[in-house]
Every structure is written in structure tokens, then in C-alpha cells.
Design a protein around this ligand. Structure first.
Ligand code: V1S
Ligand code: CA
Ligand code: ZN
Length: 422
């Protein structure tokens, strides 16, 4: 694929992250982020990018999306304190989302890393920013869900939306909004400035000879689960397009039907790609590449947020897809090739050795570095035997996605995207 060129990459890592523990039996293990970090160190990749420690998300950051009472609850909840059953039910604290030691610090840490990463992209100091502890896409405004407590992705997107560009119009002089919005608008424009702004500004403003354009952000989700929390947060807006590829049908969280397309101004700005179990690299890219090519052409985002959930890999403890690490990382390679500021986030991933393999390899893709298959010695090398390789062999499970069903999905979504005029 085109474009193995270099990019300026910054990578956020909190050394405490691996110590948070959801409890016995729970599939979500923050330790996998520490394993990834150790593997990155072993491959010498930490010297090729800026390694930054995140600033914990502040109350102000968290309250941009979440409700006061929910954040106050997360701040005060500990396993030793008696917690009212009605309150636990109200905030959906359950087996999936238990109250564990250090819960609020954990939330501040992974959310803070995503917000810092977005800020770094806004400042133009990096082309790609990475937070493997983030990507917790199910959290709602006032509710935990599916191992996710606060939605770091929504917070990062809100940060990316703060950027605007002021253009000076060179020719022909424009003085009417109707001309602007009803013409094909191909006049030459001169970029005057690019900076962060107050969030309350309207979508576009025109002065006598200048035009202010607010950023558009594309969200892409390759976790096996539907990115419901992010979709819901931006369902009514045309400034954020959400695209989720996921297993659909009798599968958590149950949302993500192909017919869910957004509403009001947001109609056609939510894209859902329902897939069946056993999908392999070839079938995945048969839909992923044409859909994302069309999305990039129709939406022309100023920034892309890519949730890289590794539970879509073959052999995942909770997942049922059959992607190889190469197939999964080709999504990152493909989105990177558009040369738009890119935020890479983690997400699901429950077979720990494969998660570390995948996110380490994908950091290499971000940097434009191909890694040796033979794994270097490092602290957690014992997890990777007997092969001790970065790649893992996919299984021979049945692919339940027929060419006919993939064609039908692709055709329907490409048709919808063709009707998009931005
Ligand atoms: N699939 C699945 C699954 N497994 C578990 C689970 C397993 C062991 C435990 F001790 C606790 C929970 N929960 C689920 C799913 C949630 C999956 C979340 C995926 C998150 C992500 O990868 O997308 C992003 C980080 N929950 C359910 O299926 C709900 C239940 C319906 C069944 C499981 N019980 C424990 C809760 C209710
Ligand atoms: Ca998904
Ligand atoms: Zn998942």
C-alpha cells in the first residue's frame, strides 16, 4: 500500500495503568497496555516517537460529556463503601462495570490521555497521537456499559472539534451566505489562521471577505462491538461522522443496525457495517476499503479518530472474528495513507498476548517501521511462547459472511454515502 513515509508520532502512557484491576473473572485487563508498552520498548520503538505521560482528565474535561451526578458518583465510589443498590442500578454498575480500587483515577488516566492526545494534534505538534489505554466506546452520559465508565473518545472528539480555520476569500468576492451554501463553492481560498476556539461558535460564519470553517471529525471503530456510546453522542450532528464495523445479531450491545443512519442534521452521518462471525482479512477489506474511501471523499474530515479494538482478532477470548494482526493493522495503514491528523485509540481485546502484539505492530505502522517477526526479549516474553513471534496464525473457522451479503451491505452503504453533499 502507498505511503510508508514517516510521521511525527506522540504516544501517551501512564505507568500506573497496568495496576488497575476490574476483579477476578472480568475479561478486561488494563495489564495488556503495560504488556504493549514493554513490547514497544523491546522493539526499540519508544525512541522513535515522543513518549508522554498524560495529565489526568479534570472534572471540567469529564463534564463536557458526562452528567454531574454520574461523575460525582464515580469520584466517590470505592469497594469498601456501602453503595445503594438503586444508585448502582441507575448508573449501570454491574458485573461488566464493577466498582474497583482506584476506579476514578483509572477513568481520569485513560480519558486524560485521549484528551491530551487530541490537544497535541490540535496544536499541530504531531501527525499521529496514540493512547492504547483509551477507546472505551460504550460509556454513556450518565451510565457505565461494557467495561467502559467514561467515554474518552467523545471527550477527545469534542477537543478536536475546537479547531477552526479562518479563510480569506481571494476570488470571486463573496458576500452572500446563499451563494456559499448553494454553489459548488470551488473559489480559491487563502488560509489565514488555524487555532482553538470557544466551543459555542456556530458551524460556519462569513464576514465581508472571510470565512470561518469549524472542524469535521471522522470516527472509525474496528472493535468487534458496536461503538454505541460514540454514535449516540453525535447522532444529531453533521460535524462528526461515526463509522462502526461490528458483529451484529445476538451480540453485545445489540445496537448498530445498518438502517441506523443518524437523525435530523445528523442523518447519513452515522454508518453501521453489520458483519457475521468468522470474517477474515480478505472479506473485511472487501468492505472496509471501499466504504472508507467513499467516506473520506464525501466527508473530508479535518481529523480521524480510529478505535483499534483488538477483540476483532482471531482467537479473541470474547470475539468471534478471524482477522490476522496484518489484516487488522491494514485498517490503520489505510486510514494513515490519507495524511489527515490521526488519533489511534485502544478498545476491546481479551487475549492479552494478541492485544500486545497487535498494538505494538500498529505503533510500528504509525511510525512507518516494519517489525521483525521474531520477538525481542522483554519483561513479558513468557506470554508469547511457544512461537515468540509478533504475528499469530488465524484459525480455520468458518467465515459466515457470504460474498452476496457483503455485496448487499457495501452497495447499500455506498449508495447512502453518494447522497451526502458536504
Ligand atoms: N461478550 C461478552 C461479555 N463477557 C462479559 C463478562 C465476562 C466475565 C465477567 F466477569 C464480566 C463480564 N461481559 C460481556 C459483555 C460486555 C462486552 C463489553 C465489550 C467492551 C468493548 O470491547 O467493546 C470495549 C472495551 N456484556 C454482556 O454481554 C452483558 C451481560 C449482558 C452478560 C455478561 N454479564 C456478566 C453481564 C450482563
Ligand atoms: Ca466496532
Ligand atoms: Zn469490543
Amino acid at each position: 500500500m502507498a505511503d510508508a513515509g514517516k510521521r511525527r508520532v506522540c504516544y501517551y502512557y501512564e505507568p500506573e495503568i497496568g495496576n488497575y484491576y476490574y476483579g477476578q473473572g472480568n475479561a478486561m485487563k488494563p495489564h495488556r497496555v503495560r504488556m504493549t508498552h514493554s513490547l514497544l520498548e523491546g522493539y526499540g520503538l519508544l525512541h522513535r516517537m515522543r513518549v508522554l505521560r498524560p495529565i489526568p482528565a479534570s472534572n471540567r474535561d469529564l463534564l463536557r460529556f458526562h452528567s454531574d451526578d454520574y461523575i460525582a458518583f464515580l469520584r466517590s465510589a470505592t469497594p469498601d463503601r456501602h453503595l445503594d443498590a438503586d444508585i448502582l442500578r441507575r448508573f449501570n454498575m454491574s458485573d461488566d462495570c464493577p466498582v474497583f480500587y482506584g476506579l476514578f483515577d483509572y477513568c481520569q488516566s485513560y480519558a486524560g490521555a485521549s484528551v491530551c492526545a487530541a490537544r497535541e494534534l490540535n496544536r499541530g505538534r504531531a501527525d499521529i497521537a496514540i493512547n492504547w489505554s483509551g477507546g472505551l466506546h460504550h460509556a454513556k452520559r450518565s451510565e457505565a456499559s461494557g467495561f467502559c465508565y467514561v467515554n474518552d473518545i467523545v471527550l477527545a472528539i469534542l477537543k478536536l472539534l475546537e479547531v477552526h480555520k479562518i479563510y480569506g476569500i481571494l476570488f470571486p468576492p463573496l458576500n452572500s451566505l446563499s451563494f456559499l451554501f448553494h454553489s459548488s463553492f470551488s473559489v480559491p481560498l487563502k488560509l489565514i489562521s488555524e487555532r482553538s476556539i470557544i466551543p459555542q461558535l456556530p458551524t460556519a460564519m462569513i464576514g465581508r471577505d472571510s470565512l470561518l470553517l469549524l472542524a469535521r471529525v471522522l470516527y472509525v471503530d474496528i472493535d468487534i462491538h458496536h461503538g454505541d456510546g460514540v454514535e449516540e453522542a453525535f447522532y444529531l450532528t453533521d460535524r462528526v461522522m461515526t463509522v462502526s464495523f461490528h458483529k451484529f445479531g445476538d451480540y453485545f450491545p445489540g445496537t448498530g443496525h445498518i438502517g441506523d443512519i443518524g437523525y435530523g442534521k445528523g442523518q447519513h452521518y452515522a454508518i453501521n457495517v453489520p458483519l457475521d462471525e468468522g470474517i477474515d482479512d480478505e472479506s473485511y477489506h472487501y468492505v472496509f476499503k471501499p466504504i472508507m474511501e467513499k467516506v473520506m471523499e464525501a466527508f473530508r474530515p479535518d481529523a480521524v479518530v480510529l478505535q483499534c479494538g483488538a477483540d476483532s482478532l482471531s482467537g479473541d477470548r470474547l470475539g468471534c472474528f478471524n482477522l490476522s494482526i496484518k489484516g487488522h493493522s491494514d485498517c490503520i495503514r489505510y486510514m494513515r495513507s490519507f495524511n489527515v491528523p490521526l488519533l489511534l485509540l485502544g478498545g476491546g481485546g481479551y487475549t492479552l498476548r494478541n492485544v500486545a502484539r497487535c498494538w505494538c505492530y500498529e505503533t510500528g505502522v504509525a511510525l512507518g517501521v516494519e517489525l521483525d517477526d521474531e520477538m525481542p526479549d522483554h519483561e513479558y516474553i513468557g506470554y508469547f511462547g511457544p512461537e515468540f513471534t509478533i504475528h499469530a496464525v488465524p484459525s480455520n473457522m468458518e467465515n459466515k459472511n457470504s460474498r452476496r451479503s457483503l455485496d448487499a451491505t457495501k452497495v447499500k452503504l455506498l449508495e447512502t454515502l453518494s447522497s451526502l453533499q458536504h
